[in-house]
Design a protein around this ligand. Structure first.
Ligand SMILES: [Zn+2]
Length: 165
């Protein structure tokens, strides 16, 4: 690693710490010639993950797609961007850690529901209703019964086209 200032290859590490939940290492280095300090990162190269969809097709895992569907579920709810980012990080982390390079779409869906449940009940039911496609109306009504009247009304309005209510 060459010094960004004087291009010398002679430097020493003055500080090492883990970052990104242990998935990266950050090192502060000091140039042995000019004394300038700079930072280097070491991280695990991302593997390509394949997602098996319900229709049998596979596609490459796409973090931004996961983020989008979670943001949609949380629309107009009091869930911060930070909370959503952290949830997506955690899911991505779990996926990259798994030994298999192929994941069922339904597994990701379950992970999203588990992440949304403690954040916001409405976002959770909203995601679940799209994701599970509620063939069983009883299941949807059961989920609604956990919510207050205002939230129930909102979700029923959103789902009127897809649900035989
Ligand atoms: Zn230097």
């Amino acid at each position: 690693m060459r010094c960004p200032d004087c291009d010398a290859a002679d430097n020493r590490v003055v500080d090492t710490r883990e970052t990104r939940a242990g998935r990266a290492v950050r090192r502060r280095r000091e140039c042995g010639i000019c004394g300038v300090r700079f930072t280097t990162y070491e991280h695990i190269e991302d593997r390509d993950l394949s997602v098996c969809k319900n229709d049998g097709k596979t596609e490459t895992f796409d973090r931004s797609k996961l983020l989008r569907s979670m943001m949609l579920a949380c629309a107009k709810r009091s869930v911060s961007q930070d909370e959503i980012d952290l949830a997506v990080d955690a899911i991505e982390d779990k996926l990259t850690r798994s030994l298999s390079s192929e994941i069922e779409a339904s597994q990701i869906g379950e992970m999203v529901m588990m992440a949304l449940a403690p954040l916001d009940r409405v976002a959770y039911v909203r995601f679940a209703s799209v994701y599970r496609n509620f063939k069983d109306i009883g299941e949807f009504q059961e989920m609604l019964s956990d919510l207050d009247a205002q939230d129930q009304k909102e979700l029923i309005a959103e789902n009127q086209e897809t649900l035989p209510l």
